[in-house]
Design a protein around this ligand. Structure first.
Ligand SMILES: [Zn+2]
Length: 364
């Protein structure tokens, strides 16, 4: 790990900041760091302390589930590194802070899978590495957020190894990941892990009500329930206009599993297929592509529910973990088949019948 030099560009920028702002930053309580990020007290304090010592690690891994504030934290750190008005905190209102928030600052870049892809390509990783070698490009720092770091292919990860180990002065890598186990050991060992956890239900509810005060009760309850402590996920669900139809489809799918073969062989007028048609329409995509999109979204929603049940079972010590884990496996198989372009109807039939077969074992 390469610590920031006291003579580095960040420190230089701090030294030249207006004295009143510098004083305010010195006196600012740690809670001023990462405004907009809720909870995550430990992560917040560790990062604030590192900034105050001028020793923010150059490679950080933000470890935790998606939707709990890892990306918000990365953006807030970029503000803290670039802001001249409130050095080491970020004022949120100066041109640099506002351009970072709007995604228009060359000192913050995101390395993500390209649209429609699930992995980050080696070409994209090389581009980022080459820019990092010439950085900082704007302002005193260059922040690279890899989101999610698990999406790096082996070649892409290897392309970043050297720059992760010895980044140029002012370059910071922030790798967002669910767990260090999903990264190459050579990558994980170069990062300082910062843990992010789920939020208490009351906190997620208050975030939802701040952002979406007009939300209808049914969608609100479902989003809160399925997101299980992840406010970003709750907001994403609540804002997705196809979610109400998908919730109906999920209910119909569960009913079909309980009913067994007659539910899927009832013809197009059966409740399950009617719900699929409605959800396909809600996606706004025409024809079988809409049906496929709805089926994939159903599986993702169902998996969200299964993961929530898995977490609850693990937390409570009660049973249900094995059932939830098997359901997740079945859903992953169905998803893979749908992605291979298998028939949507056959995939869903197979899924419902397999789960109906599982049900008696679960009851036993
Ligand atoms: Zn600012």
């Amino acid at each position: 790990m390469v610590p920031s030099s006291d003579r580095g560009p960040v420190a230089a920028r701090i030294a030249h900041a207006p004295s009143r702002a510098r004083e305010a930053a010195t006196l600012a309580p740690m809670d001023d760091l990462l405004p907009g990020l809720r909870g995550q007290e430990r992560a917040r304090r560790r990062l604030a302390a590192a900034l105050d010592r001028g020793r923010l690690p150059h490679a950080l891994a933000f470890v935790g589930p998606s939707g709990v504030g890892r990306a918000l934290a990365a953006r807030a750190l970029a503000r803290a590194l670039h802001c001249a008005e409130a050095p080491r905190r970020g004022c949120g209102t100066c041109p640099a802070c506002r351009r970072i928030d709007a995604g228009h600052h060359a000192g913050l870049e995101w390395l993500r899978p390209a649209d429609g892809a699930r992995t980050i390509s080696v070409e994209a990783a090389r581009d980022v590495r080459n820019r990092a070698m010439r950085a900082p490009l704007e302002g005193p720092a260059h922040v690279i957020v890899v989101d999610p770091a698990e999406a790096l292919t082996v070649q892409a990860a290897n392309a970043l190894l050297k720059v992760l180990e010895e980044p140029p002065e002012g370059v910071y890598f922030m790798l967002l990941c669910a767990g260090l186990g999903g990264l190459l050991p050579t990558i994980a060992s170069r990062c300082v892990p910062i843990r992010f956890g789920t939020l208490p239900a009351a906190e997620v509810e208050s975030i939802m009500d701040e952002h979406l005060p007009e939300l209808d009760g049914k969608t609100r309850r479902a989003a809160l329930d399925l997101a299980a402590g992840r406010p970003g996920e709750a907001l994403r669900l609540a804002r997705d206009p196809s979610v109400p139809a998908l919730l109906d489809l999920l209910a119909a799918a569960r009913a079909a599993v309980a009913e067994g073969p007659s539910a899927v062989f009832a013809g197009d007028g059966g409740a399950f297929w009617t719900a699929l048609a409605a959800a396909a329409k809600a996606t706004g995509i025409k024809g079988t592509a809409g049906e496929r999109a709805a089926a994939l979204a159903l599986i993702d929603l169902w998996a969200l529910e299964a993961r929530r049940d898995l977490l609850r079972a693990a937390g409570s010590g009660r049973g249900g973990a094995a059932r939830a884990a098997r359901l997740l496996e079945r859903l992953a198989n169905a998803r893979a088949a749908l992605e291979r372009n298998a028939s949507v109807r056959l995939c869903l039939e197979d899924l419902v019948l397999t789960l109906a077969d599982d049900a008696p074992c679960d009851a036993a």
